[in-house]
Design a protein around this ligand. Structure first.
Ligand code: RB5
Length: 151
């Protein structure tokens, strides 16, 4: 299962990505938005990310640049969101960072590149080992709200 969502700025690319998921027979849930009417991307990011955390499935978020979605997504405990426009970053985000949400920008990417990035994300696998410790260190920061820890 893949949870996918966009704001109005990513609505058209979301449609392209959904067609690709269908062509690969990958089950997905479209969490909206469902038109180009203006909406607030943090609301969509929160909805998709909560479903990702609850289910352990992956998420795809699309906005104009992918940036707003990634900033919002990474505020949700348990989320490791990557925004990328090159295949190496997406590949390594799966192998080393165990990224569970991919954020893409409709204004940044052509459709073909976006689909390539989606495939890289779906097919990538976490390598574990030393990377698992580092991912755990990242999530340890979620419970650490002291000033010192942020310094
Ligand atoms: C919406 O206008 C735009 O700000 C949004 O799609 C996204 O690019 C934010 O990062």
């Amino acid at each position: 299962m893949i949870y996918i969502g966009s704001d109005h700025g990513g609505f058209r690319l979301k449609g392209v990505l959904i067609e690709h998921l269908k062509s690969r027979d990958i089950e997905y849930t479209d969490c909206g938005t469902f038109s180009e009417k203006s909406v607030d991307y943090p609301d969509i990011a929160k909805d998709v990310c909560q479903k990702v955390v609850e289910s352990g499935a992956a998420g795809i978020l699309v906005c104009g640049t992918g940036v707003g979605m990634s900033i919002a997504a990474n505020k949700v405990k348990g989320i490791r969101a990557v925004v990328a426009s090159d295949t190496l970053s997406v590949k390594m985000s799966r192998r080393h960072n165990d990224a569970n949400v991919l954020c893409l920008g409709q204004r940044v990417l052509g459709n073909d590149l976006a689909v390539l990035l989606l495939d890289e994300f779906i097919d990538g696998e976490f390598e574990g080992e030393r990377h698992r410790r580092r991912v755990e260190l990242i999530h340890g920061m979620e419970d650490d709200d002291t000033e010192g820890a942020r310094a």
